[in-house]
Design a protein. Sequence first.
Lengths: 113, 322
Amino acid sequence: MAGLATAVIVALGLLLTGSSNVAANAPQPTITEVKIDNFSFTPATLTVAAGTTVTWTNRDDIPHTVVSADDPKAFKSKVMDTDEKFSYTFTTAGTFTYFCSVHPKMTGTVVVK
Amino acid sequence: MARKKENNILHDHNGDGIDRRGFLECMAWAGTGAFCIMQGGVLKSFSMSRIAELDTKKMAGELSFVQISDSHMGFNKPANPDVAGTLKAAVDKINGLATPPEFMLHTGDISHLSKPEQFDTVDQILKGASAKDVFYVPGEHDVLDDDGKQFLERYGKGTKGAGWYSFDKKGVHFIGLVNVLNLKAGGLGTLGHEQLEWMEDDVEHLTSSTPIVVFAHIPLWSVYPEWGWGTEDSAQALAYLKKFGSVTVLNGHIHQTMQKVEGNVTFHTAMSTAFPQPQPGKADSPGPMKVPADQLRSVLGITDVNYVRGQQALAVVDSTLG
C-alpha cells in the first residue's frame, strides 16, 4: 500500500514538474533545432541550457544565414543553401539575438539558462 | 490577366486601360508588358497592344539602354530549373529590340550563391548580347560570405567604396548605388553615410536640367518593408536629387514590375530573368513563386529604357520573355 502511494506521489510530482517546466530547461527532450522555413526561424525564441549545441536547418528554396546581432558577433554561419545546416554551442548564459544577414527582417533569439 | 486588370483599373480616364492615379498600373500588365512614358511629370501608360499607335520616332530617342536583373545563376529549384536558359532568352529578346540598346544595366543578384562559376556563366551568356557594355550593382546574393570582395574584384574597377559609381551617357547622368551590405538585424537595405556623402558631392555640380538615372538592387522606395523591400536611408539619397527635373530610379530584387511616380521621380522595378516572386503580402513569404512551366517566361523579362533629349522623358518599357 505504501509502495503504491509513493508511486502515485512520484507520478503526480512528475506531472507537476512537467507542466511547470514546459518552456524551461527540462533535461529531456530539449529542443535544439531551429528550422528556417518561409523566411522565418522556428521557434523564433529557443531556450536551452548552457553547453547545448543548437542546429539550424534551411528548408527554403533561398539561401539564408544565421548571424549574431551582437557586437562583437557571438557567432556567424556561412551562407546555407537548401537543406544545409549550421551548429553553434552556447557555453554561457544570456540572451543571444540573431538574424539572417541576407534577409535582415528574419530575426530569432536563443535564451541560454 | 483579364480578371486582374478588372480589379486594378479604377479610373481609366484616357481609355488606355490604365488607372494613372494608382501606383500599381504597370503591375496590372506584368504578364503582357506595359509601356510607360514620363512627360512633364505625368506618367502616361499604354498597354503593349496599343504601342503601334504611338509615334515610334519619339520613342526611339537618342539614348537607349536595357535593364536586366536577378539572374540568380546557380538557382536550380522547381520555380526554374534552367536559369541559364531564361537568361539566354533575355539576351535574344535584347538582340531583337527595334532600337538596339547602347549598353545594359544589371541591377544585381547576378549569381545565386556568389560562386565564381555562377558569375562566369552570366558573363559568358551576356557576351552574346548586341550591347557589349554592362554596368553592374550587386544584389545580396552577390556578396555572400565575403562582404562583396569578389564582386568588387570582378565588376568594381573604377568604383568607389563598396562599388558605387556614376557615369554620363549623352547628357544623362547615371548613378549606381550599393544597398546590400552591412544590413542590420530587423532592418532594410542600407546605403550608409559614406555612400550618401559621395552621392551628394557627385550631383552637386550638375545642372537641374540633367536627366538622372539611379540604379540599385533593393528598391529605393518603400515597396513592402514587412518583406524587407525598401532601403532605410533612401530618403536622404532622394533629397539630394530634388533639384532635378527628371529622375528615374531603376531597381530589382522583388522579381516583378512595379512603378510609382512622386513629383519629379519615377520609381520602377524590373522583372527577374530567373523566377517570379509573389505580390507584396500575397504569400507567406517572398520566396520563389512556382508557376506552370508553360507560363514561366510570361513572368520573366527585361526593361528597355529610352531617353528623348529635350522632352524630359525617359520611356520605360517592360517586356516579358514569352
